[in-house]
Design a protein around this ligand. Structure first.
Ligand SMILES: [Zn+2]
Length: 103
């Protein structure tokens, strides 16, 4: 029996594109784009989670850019933003959910 690859495997390619305005993930020849504002607003670090629990959506500054995207343990990305916020860990499963939200 052959193992079925889960949907949320690491993308073959991750790139910061559009001068930081978006993140591009490519898997099995299919490219998915996530905007910097959507990603920043979706940050699930402890600070943003607490802010969200207190009722507010996490504010993404207009024109925010992605400044870094580092692989973490083969299951996600640590994404840094131009507002200096770089605590967010985005598992690939979560990034896939964010892509699905765009549809
Ligand atoms: Zn955060």
């Amino acid at each position: 029996m052959q193992a079925v690859m889960p949907e949320a495997t690491a993308p073959e390619l991750v790139a910061i594109v559009e001068a930081g305005r978006a993140l591009l993930m490519e898997r099995a020849g299919r490219a998915r784009r996530l905007g910097a504002e959507q990603l920043r607003a979706a940050c699930r670090c402890a600070g943003c989670t607490a802010a969200r629990r207190l009722g507010g959506p996490v504010a993404a500054a207009a024109g925010i850019r992605i400044s870094a995207a580092r692989p973490v343990g083969g299951y996600g990305l640590n994404i840094g933003f131009s507002d200096g916020h770089a605590r967010g860990l985005f598992p690939f499963t979560y990034l896939d959910e964010l892509v699905a939200e765009q549809a």
